[in-house]
Design a protein. Structure first.
Length: 287
């Protein structure tokens, strides 16, 4: 009886030690599995937060462009982020390239609209005039004229390839000499009104060439002092002109140009007609 009890105690002692060893050996595995599960869940949550930040950043970046379309913004459900990688999200939200290769304009503009509208063009230039023949009872006397100034203002309207305008201009030439052995002083000036029209060739959005013709009248006045004899004459005369030039538009509302103009002014009562060659620069405003 005593031997049986002793054997039972020994058996229970060895069983207790055996389970203690088993538990001690198996606990790192159990703890490792638990730790790995926790680490995996933490990684998934961290990836979810990173993808949410990437998606919100892409949406904010695309919203900062005025031409971005809402249809290109990809929103992903929160429960699908576990299955979508960051590279795939970036690929889906990447802007499509411009296949046509054409230049993109932030403010789309119509070429016809840019080259149409009213304008006002002040101008200033130099001019040279042919000589005047003075018809006297002793015969014809030639008056030489100095080079002079030309200034004025042009109002008009542009179509794409055509234009029409009203011009006001002032001309002046001093008298240089006469083919007689006398001292002569004087000037000839005139204020002109011309209605002109013409066409243009638009090389691009900024540069164009043009040519036109115009008709009108000139209020011309001549003041001449021949020694002590004063001579004055004032007439309103018919005039016409032919012109051509180049225009440059650095801005939508600014016009800069150079114009050559040939002008004919009819004769006065005792003075002949004359022709003028003018080179003029302008800086104007386009409405």
């Amino acid at each position: 009886m005593t031997r049986g009890l002793h054997w039972m105690y020994v058996s229970n002692y060895f069983l207790l030690r055996f389970w203690t060893v088993v538990c001690i050996c198996s606990s790192p595995l159990l703890l490792g599995n638990t730790t790995q599960s926790l680490d995996r869940e933490f990684d998934l949550q961290d990836l979810r937060r990173r993808l949410d930040k990437i998606e919100s950043g892409i949406i904010k970046f695309k919203a900062s462009f005025p031409n971005s379309t809402k249809s290109e913004t990809i929103s992903l459900p929160a429960n699908s982020l576990k299955q979508v990688s960051a590279s795939k999200v970036l690929k889906l939200n990447r802007k499509k390239p411009n296949i046509s290769g054409k230049r993109l304009h932030v403010f789309p503009s119509n070429e016809d609209d840019q080259l149409k509208g009213f304008y006002i063009l002040p101008f200033l230039g130099m001019q040279t005039s042919t000589s005047l023949d003075w018809n006297t009872f002793l015969g014809s006397v030639e008056l030489d004229l100095k080079n002079g100034l030309s200034t004025g203002l042009r109002f008009g309207y542009n179509w794409y390839n055509l234009f029409t305008e009203l011009e006001f201009s002032y001309l002046r030439n001093d008298i240089k000499g006469i083919n007689l052995p006398v001292v002569v002083r004087g000037k000839i000036d005139g204020f002109g009104y011309y209605f002109s029209s013409g066409g243009r060739i638009n090389f691009n959005d900024y540069i164009s060439g043009f040519a036109g013709i115009g008709v009108g009248g000139v209020n011309q006045q001549l003041d001449l002092s021949l020694d002590v004899i004063p001579i004055e004459q004032n007439d309103f005369l018919f005039g016409y002109q032919i012109f051509s030039g180049l225009e440059f538009r650095p801005l939508d509302s600014t016009s800069i140009g150079l114009r050559y103009r040939w002008l004919h002014i009819d004769e006065m009562d005792i003075f002949s007609s004359r022709d003028l060659h003018l080179i003029e620069l302008w800086l104007g405003y386009l409405f």
